[in-house]
Ligand binder design. Sequence first.
Ligand SMILES: [Zn+2]
Length: 248
Amino acid sequence: MTTAMPFDQLQPMPEDWQRALAVVAHPDDLEYGCAAAVAGWTDAGREVTYVLASRGEAGIDTLEPAKCGPLREQEQRASAAVVGVAEVEFLDHRDGVIEYGPALRRDIAAAIRRHRPELVITLNHRDTWGTSVWNTPDHLAVGRATLDAAGDAGNRWIFPELAEQGLAPWDGVRWVAVSGTTSPTHAVDARPGLERSVLSLLEHRAYIEALTDEDPEQYCRGFLTANVEANAQRFGGIPAVAFEVFHR
Ligand SMILES: [Zn+2]
């Protein structure tokens, strides 16, 4: 009989930071994964900013992109406000065909230099969700480019045009934390922010109503609760938002 923690327990997320920048491909990417953690961080007086590579304009089958983009932008701003995030930026890459490459890395590096975060958050950059659900090319592109841009932001020679625009190098990113991967290493207690994370996801109402016939609030609560409870057994029984943390 032992009281030691099992070896596969998730570590608590680092807490000695003040600014985080979350970079994802689409409106709703943060709300499906880690908004409960964001709510807890902003409660503690930390600044969190969202950067979205696209406006998610290809996300609703029944709505053409020219109308869908502005609607989803509006929904994203509302959902960010629910968890204490005041600033949301859009990089205007084209939804569905976001390309991994220097242009995306440069845009993300520029955002990192503007906001000077210690912690960068992104979404699953790996091929699958769990073991057998194929991830989308936009998530792979943005996740990988964000991991790379954390380094690019600190190197004055990789994108010299950024310095010419007045964006000085920022080598202060200490961690990149990836939400939704199959191999998490760290976690955050989801309980204080869970209810707001439900309301935050619910702000993507047009998207959710097109996605499911279920009652939207029931759908959001069910999805997010199951998600954080699944991590509890690896975090001392506490419902948690999990991240795979890369140190820099
Ligand atoms: Zn997405």
